[in-house]
Design a protein around this ligand. Structure first.
Ligand SMILES: [Zn+2]
Length: 203
């Protein structure tokens, strides 16, 4: 496998490990979809975690502005699902530090006590997947409110939905883009119409 895995190689890792499934799924948002993806299922296998996070680090390193500040960079992930990729990217880049935010129930994202940003801290946001971008945009706002500067966003999988957050000019890196079919509700769902049994999923 190459240093940066191809989209096809990434998808075959996801399928082989059960991280990517075909079917008929009901998302927590109420959307119906023909695909379900749970990247941590692929991250169970150390070699795959390595392949995916080293690949992503290569994409980041190819950006001259990021490469120039790589030793000062903070790699920050919004939730625990992003930890394997965040640590892998940090190790491969030899970035300065890696940390994560947390959320209790419906509270806003927050960092652990005494985990503080310094003025001018440069951050790359990392996660296993960019779907709606809700957590990542909240994390970006939280970091910026503490004086940090977000210089890039890197995810293993980019799976946009009809309401994915717009990150504007922020450089976005991903190893594979997956286009699932989304249906607003049962009435508009092709799979419902065909009578395919539906499975309720969460993230
Ligand atoms: Zn349906």
């Amino acid at each position: 496998m190459n240093i940066i895995p191809t989209e096809q190689e990434v998808v075959s890792i996801l399928r082989e490990t059960g991280a990517l499934r075909d079917g008929h799924f009901l998302y927590p948002s109420g959307l119906h979809s023909n695909e379900y993806l749970q990247v941590p299922l692929a991250m169970r296998y150390y070699q795959y975690q390595k392949t995916l996070s080293v690949g992503l680090s290569r994409l980041l390193r190819a950006n001259p502005e990021i490469r120039a500040i790589v030793n000062e960079l903070s790699i920050v992930t919004p939730m625990t699902g992003g930890l394997p990729v965040a640590y892998g990217v940090t190790e491969a880049l030899r970035a300065n530090q890696v940390y994560w935010a947390e959320r209790q129930a419906d509270e806003p994202l927050h960092f652990r006590q005494y985990l503080e940003q310094h003025e001018g801290e440069q951050v790359v946001l990392v996660d296993d997947i960019l779907r709606t971008g809700k957590n990542l945009s909240e994390l970006k706002g939280l970091l910026e409110s503490h004086g940090a500067t977000v210089v890039g966003l890197a995810v293993v999988i980019y799976q946009p939905t009809p309401d994915t957050f717009d990150f504007g000019n922020l450089p976005l890196y991903y190893l594979a883009k997956l286009d699932a079919s989304y249906y607003a509700d049962a009435e508009h769902c092709e799979l419902c119409r065909q009578g395919t049994p539906i499975e309720k999923v969460c993230f």
